[in-house]
Write a protein that binds this ligand. Structure first.
Ligand SMILES: [Zn+2]
Length: 250
């Protein structure tokens, strides 16, 4: 029980951090300065105003200085990350699988923040997490296995590149973003090539209703694909024991 609470709190701290990273890097702002502040009155947040969830509740969702409303996104992403971390811990325990799960969850949160709002998948988390995954594989299964995973990542990346070329030719416009293609490298790295394709198909199915709804509701008809790609990866990883039966059919 204590462990679960601890993991949840760690998750909320990471969620808070990812929100700052995601919004600042998407706007080409520095991570270090300025310090966390109110976006309306520039009041620099004191330590007690920086505690995930708790601060929001204490401050009743308003800036201490100018009493303007603080974006609900903070608390939503803090809670969301806390819950993701907790659910993974309950399923995997403190294992290698849990380490990879934490990386997938972190990507999920970051891509949701940046791609829905700014239509961007940041390069730096993709690079950092790729290196982390390769190191984890190397450490747990040896160099050959790690290299084999990299190869599958490259294959998944190249397949996505090919799909974009075909898509561009058919639709006569940019069909896939560069971030989506780079992201598929990580999917191949984690799940292997075959499952990276299943993940892609799953992502397309999840994205479809959203894309159709967007066409009717929004003026700007651009649909970010990143959140759906990472959701596909997350679902297959989390429910792997159910999805692995698909391998008999391909
Ligand atoms: Zn303020």
């Amino acid at each position: 029980m204590m462990n679960s609470i601890f993991i949840f709190i760690i998750g909320t701290i990471f969620g808070s951090f990812y929100y700052v990273v995601g919004t600042r890097l998407s706007n080409n702002e520095s991570l270090i300065s300025p310090r966390s502040h109110c976006t309306y009155c520039n009041h620099v947040l004191k330590p007690y105003e920086l505690i995930p969830i708790v601060s929001y509740l204490i401050l009743k969702g308003k800036c201490h200085s100018c009493h303007k409303k603080i974006s609900k996104e903070y608390i939503i992403y803090e809670l969301f990350t806390g819950i993701l971390f907790l659910v993974g811990y309950l399923k995997f325990g403190l294992t290698y699988e849990f380490c990879i799960y934490l990386i997938i969850s972190s990507l999920l949160v970051l891509i949701f923040i940046t791609d829905f709002k700014y239509m961007i998948i940041l390069d730096s988390p993709l690079i950092i997490f790729s290196i982390l995954i390769i190191c984890l594989k190397w450490y747990s299964f040896g160099l050959t296995e790690a290299l084999f995973s990299i190869l599958q990542g490259i294959l998944a990346f190249l397949t996505m590149l090919l799909i974009r070329q075909i898509g561009n030719a058919i639709f006569k416009r940019e069909s896939l973003g560069g971030g989506d293609i780079k992201f598929q490298f990580i999917v191949g790295l984690i799940l292997g090539y075959k499952f990276s394709m299943i993940s892609l198909i799953l992502a397309t199915f999840i994205a479809l209703p959203y894309a159709v709804a967007t066409m009717y509701i929004k003026e700007n008809k651009e649909v970010p694909f990143g959140p759906f790609l990472v959701s596909g990866l997350y679902l297959i990883y989390f429910f792997y024991e159910k999805f692995k039966y698909l391998l008999y059919f391909i």
